[in-house]
Design a protein around this ligand. Structure first.
Ligand SMILES: NC(=O)c1ccc[n+]([C@@H]2O[C@H](COP(=O)([O-])OP(=O)(O)OC[C@H]3O[C@@H](n4cnc5c(N)ncnc54)[C@H](O)[C@@H]3O)[C@@H](O)[C@H]2O)c1
Length: 457
């Protein structure tokens, strides 16, 4: 049962609870973002409990097994707060929520196979909160949501049981997370955060708490929906710009222009923001965020044609990678069918272990449909099964058995591979979709080379 004593709408109560470290925190959803968030709350001295439906994850965390090996700096914090018992995990949301003052939701907001945003985790937790949230608690939603989701859905769902009334005995706000996987600790302690509450007073309460925990610039928003609009705008800006430069790079290829040289020079102009072309845009953020805004537009009867086009371009890029590959095979006079092709990198972005919506999946499927034998090497997944293929664990052993290699992800490790290693392939063909190979060095080693967007290669 709850023994809440802190009124999360009262400035003095919160201030005192932070000072005396008596504010009790519950983070629901302790994945890529939620776990580091929980750990920083615990590091600030606040008793923090993490809730997750993933029993294995909860068990591992409570046994001191740290899950996010690709996030530098966080494991030390994990070890400290587990040792000093400031943090633990549970699958029992009822106990954790009812014994907390602050509930932070870091639940997944993916999309379904028709690109429709899926808010089922938030919806189901909101329904639970309506039964179990203690009066005078504060709920902060960090998940990425469409503008208006708090105002139009979360509040009415949490109020459903009739026990809780917004602005009277429960309070809600958002603080959309904008950290980059692989750099989460750095971003948590450096990047400004957006704070939007159900009213200005709640915004100030959230600011006080996040200032205590993160000490970063906290940007006050007029309401929840504006904060969520900013979060989506910044990410969709990237999705569209990557589409723009990817589309342009296809024409530069035909014109005999190297897009990397264009970008190197273009970035010297003070107001040019560099984005790179590539095999496609994946991950749990950019593609979904574009579809979230498209979903909002549909509801509002508005057309967002630029986002639509951007998505189409980014989703077609894997086709172009396959086309470059088949062109290179034609040049080598070797059939594509039955060839052995190595995919270098399955993560959707460099230096992280994450394959969510990775363009590598589409490239692999398309190549398999063309009758090729696809192999995978990715230093983040040695010997694991990814997209139905067992990942190789030794690059030097596998390369000489390959006809071609395709760099899909620009992991730092791949930048260190010598061109002479690629030259040892049977054919040898090298496709670089990320602009990390110098085309002239490939030529010198007599490697048949195709660089995405690199017209003079
Ligand atoms: N990963 C990123 O790069 C990133 C960056 C910024 C913002 N975000 C946003 O943060 C949110 C969380 O993303 P993430 O990458 O941490 O997701 P994640 O999938 O890594 O973690 C989500 C966790 O929630 C758990 N979960 C699912 N349903 C649950 C439920 N009903 N009750 C309790 N736990 C439940 C899952 O088991 C998982 O451990 C999303 O809205 C995402 O868009 C992600």
């Amino acid at each position: 049962m709850s023994n809440l004593k802190i009124n999360m709408n009262n400035h003095g109560d919160i201030e005192e609870a932070l000072k005396s470290q008596t504010l009790r925190v519950c983070i629901v959803g302790i994945g890529r973002i939620g776990l580091p968030t929980a750990l920083l709350f615990a590091k600030s001295g606040l008793n923090t409990i993490g809730v997750d439906i993933n029993e294995n994850l909860v068990q591992n965390i409570n046994s001191g097994i740290y899950p996010l090996k690709d996030e530098p700096g966080i494991e030390e914090i994990f070890n400290d707060v587990i040792k000093n018992k400031k943090f633990s995990a549970t699958t029992k949301i009822e106990d954790a929520v009812s014994n907390s003052d602050l509930i932070v939701l870091s639940l997944p907001t993916p999309m379904d196979e028709n690109n429709i945003p899926d808010y089922s985790a938030l919806r189901s937790v909101a329904t639970k909160l309506s039964e179990i949230l203690s009066p005078n608690s504060l709920v902060i939603v960090e998940s990425t949501i469409e503008p208006g989701f708090i105002e139009d859905e979360m509040i009415s769902t949490i109020s459903e049981s009739g026990r809780l009334k917004i602005e009277e005995n429960f309070f809600i706000g958002v603080c959309p997370e904008n950290a980059n996987p692989g750099e989460i600790l750095h971003d948590f302690t450096n990047l400004p955060r957006l704070v939007g509450g159900i009213n200005n007073h709640v915004t100030k309460m959230i600011k006080m708490i996040y200032d205590f925990v993160f000490s970063v610039e906290l940007v006050e928003m007029p309401n929840c929906k504006t904060a969520n609009a900013v979060k989506l705008t910044t990410n969709v800006f990237r999705d569209i710009n990557i589409a723009f430069i990817s589309e342009l790079s296809l024409m530069f290829e035909k014109l005999g222009i190297d897009t990397m040289q264009v970008l190197d020079a273009a970035k010297k102009k003070y107001n040019f923001q560099i984005h790179y072309p590539g095999a496609g845009v994946g991950g749990p953020c950019l593609p979904i965020n574009s579809y979230q805004l498209l979903n909002s537009a549909k509801r509002m009867g508005v057309k967002l044609s630029m986002i639509e086009s951007g998505r189409k371009i980014n989703e077609k890029m894997p086709d172009h990678v396959v086309k470059l590959t088949s062109d290179a095979f034609k040049e080598s006079n070797k059939p594509l069918q039955n060839s052995d092709i190595l995919i270098l990198g399955v993560s959707y972005k460099p230096n992280v272990k994450d394959i969510q919506l990775s363009p590598a999946e589409k490239i692999i499927k398309k190549l398999q449909n063309l009758g090729t034998n696809v192999h995978v090497y990715d230093p983040y997944f040695p010997s694991e099964n990814v997209f139905g293929i067992k990942v190789e664990d030794n690059l030097d052993d596998i390369l000489p058995k390959m006809d071609a290699a395709i760099i899909v992800t620009s992991h730092d490790d791949f930048k260190k591979i010598k061109i002479s290693s690629f030259a040892k392939m049977k054919n040898p063909i090298l496709i670089d979709t990320r602009g990390i190979i110098d085309p002239s060095s490939a030529k010198l080693e007599k490697v048949i080379f195709r660089g995405l967007g690199r017209g003079n290669s």
